[in-house]
Design a protein around this ligand. Structure first.
Ligand SMILES: [Zn+2]
Length: 391
């Protein structure tokens, strides 16, 4: 038996450790020291101050939800990040453009600074961010050219660079009206000037899926990638559009961003069956999706597994891949020395009826369950997932 490294505070023992970045998948222990990963391997528990029994669990890097809306109380659709993170095993929540360059200070001071979890954000290219999205009410922040100042967006990114991961734009008839490609060009210009990627939403045309992809650069993220028609990722016969494959070859990243209107089983099953799984799974959690149909990242991961994505791939799509998209080298893996962000999951094999954004139902056989997480080595206990106990 190998002794735990000197001064080990905590060992998470006996789980199946899946660390996609390091190509690691084995029954093993994870040793934590000073809030950082000390070692991953067999038999590290001797001498540890505290041992967590993880037998029967999956032990994975702290989940990263790349598309959330957490500017709660300042925006009608923002959710408090902490209860959602606790129930879903998420450690890092990335806000996807709820705040623009005109009100980013508030997101930072009133939400991000107060969360017990890690938070990062995209800055919206539009001054107020997504300021008018509610039940039965919507006004597109990217439909008014005067609201989108590249200079001011660049200044906000530079001021908040330690928490900013990129620039967000929402393209689609309801969000950018007739000026979608102008909004996209502004977002890309701000991203070019700050050396960051963009994340773009795709809605109903204009613009079309192909028009958006043609402008995206390596590392840029297209969210809502498996939305239903119109602007679905597949043609009427279920074949993936050539524009998607061409964009992926260039390094464009495809993200789920489930939300209330942007994930259809028909699109997802056809794309996966045609060899085009997403790069990243995210929830697009907000007040209109947190009680269904998206619920949260973990539920969305379960859906993708039931659509044909392998369990190990679903974990990579919610750890290593989104972490890379944020540009944060210490997130999304369990290499020695990085902060000990760890999620404990369980595999639940039983029948469950899933629902997509169009109300289509799908009989599934598998759910992930959250059993807690560690943020820099500090435990966060899980909240119950009542919405998954029936069905
Ligand atoms: Zn969103």
């Amino acid at each position: 038996m190998v002794d735990a490294p000197q001064g080990t505070d905590l060992v998470i023992a006996g789980g199946r450790v899946i660390d996609p970045r390091n190509g690691y998948d084995a029954r093993a222990d994870v040793a934590v020291s000073g809030g950082r990963i000390a070692a991953v391997g067999p038999d590290l528990a001797a001498g540890a101050a505290e041992i967590v029994d993880a037998r029967g669990m999956l032990v994975v890097p702290g989940l990263v939800d790349l598309h959330t809306h957490i500017y709660h109380k300042a925006t009608a659709y923002g959710v408090d990040p902490d209860p959602v993170a606790r129930r879903s095993g998420v450690v890092t929540m990335v806000d996807a453009g709820s705040a623009g360059y005109g009100n980013f200070d508030g997101l930072r001071d009133f939400v991000m600074a107060r969360s017990a979890f890690r938070t990062l954000a995209y800055v919206n290219i539009s001054y107020p961010g997504i300021f008018a999205f509610d039940r039965g009410f919507s006004f597109g922040e990217a439909s008014v050219g005067d609201l989108m100042s590249v200079d001011h967006c660049v200044a906000a990114v530079e001021k908040h660079r330690d928490v900013v991961v990129g620039v967000k734009v929402r393209l689609g008839y309801a969000t950018s009206g007739e000026i979608g490609l102008l909004a996209l060009d502004r977002a890309i210009e701000a991203a070019e000037r700050t050396g960051l990627p963009i994340m773009t939403h795709i809605g109903k045309p204009p613009p079309t899926y192909g028009e958006i992809l043609a402008r995206l650069r390596p590392g840029d993220v297209l969210t809502h990638c498996f939305r239903p028609a119109p602007n679905a990722p597949v043609d009427e016969g279920g074949a993936v559009l050539p524009a998607l494959r061409e964009a992926r070859r260039r390094g464009v990243l495809f993200d789920i961003g489930h939300g209330m209107g942007a994930f259809g089983f028909k699109s997802a099953e056809a794309a996966v069956a045609d060899g085009f799984a997403p790069d990243i799974i995210s929830s697009d959690v907000h007040t209109l999706s947190v009680d269904g149909p998206a619920y949260d990242l973990l539920h969305t991961m379960s859906k993708l597994v039931n659509c044909g994505v392998a369990l190990e791939d679903a974990i990579a799509m919610a750890t290593d891949r989104p972490a890379r998209a944020t540009g944060r080298d210490t997130l999304g893996h369990l290499s020695p020395g990085v902060p000990a962000d760890i999620t404990l999951l369980e595999e639940v094999h039983r029948p469950f009826t899933f629902t997509d954004v169009e109300g289509q139902r799908k009989e599934g056989t598998f759910l992930f369950a959250a059993r807690g997480s560690f943020v820099g080595g500090a435990f966060r206990d899980p909240l119950p997932r009542a919405f998954e106990t029936e069905g």
